[in-house]
Write a protein that binds this ligand. Structure first.
Ligand SMILES: [Zn+2]
Length: 91
């Protein structure tokens, strides 16, 4: 898994005031078009905050998971989990 360093600008449109941008990741699955995935943590407080991976600017094109649900199993939400953890959202 190759992650670019976090940047301060989301790649896709994401209309949520409660979200904190964690940076973006590259989805480089062989045989597929390379995608840029924006990672967020939504909400400020444990355990109600959730992790978000946005794949395009299409409003429904994202996946999310409550932080309280534990360590995610999908690659991008797991990436968001580690970044949120690095920022102190997760103990
Ligand atoms: Zn949000």
């Amino acid at each position: 898994m190759t992650n670019f360093p976090p940047t301060d600008k989301p790649f896709h449109t994401h209309d949520c005031d409660a979200c904190t941008f964690l940076g973006w990741a590259i989805d480089g699955t062989p045989g597929y078009q390379i995608m840029c995935v924006d990672l967020y943590v939504c909400g400020q407080e444990f355990p109600t905050a959730s992790l978000i991976a946005r794949f395009s600017s299409e409003p429904s094109d994202y996946s999310s998971r409550p932080i309280s649900a534990g360590q995610p199993k999908t690659m991008h939400l797991l990436d968001a989990y580690h970044r949120a953890r690095g920022l102190g959202y997760i103990d």
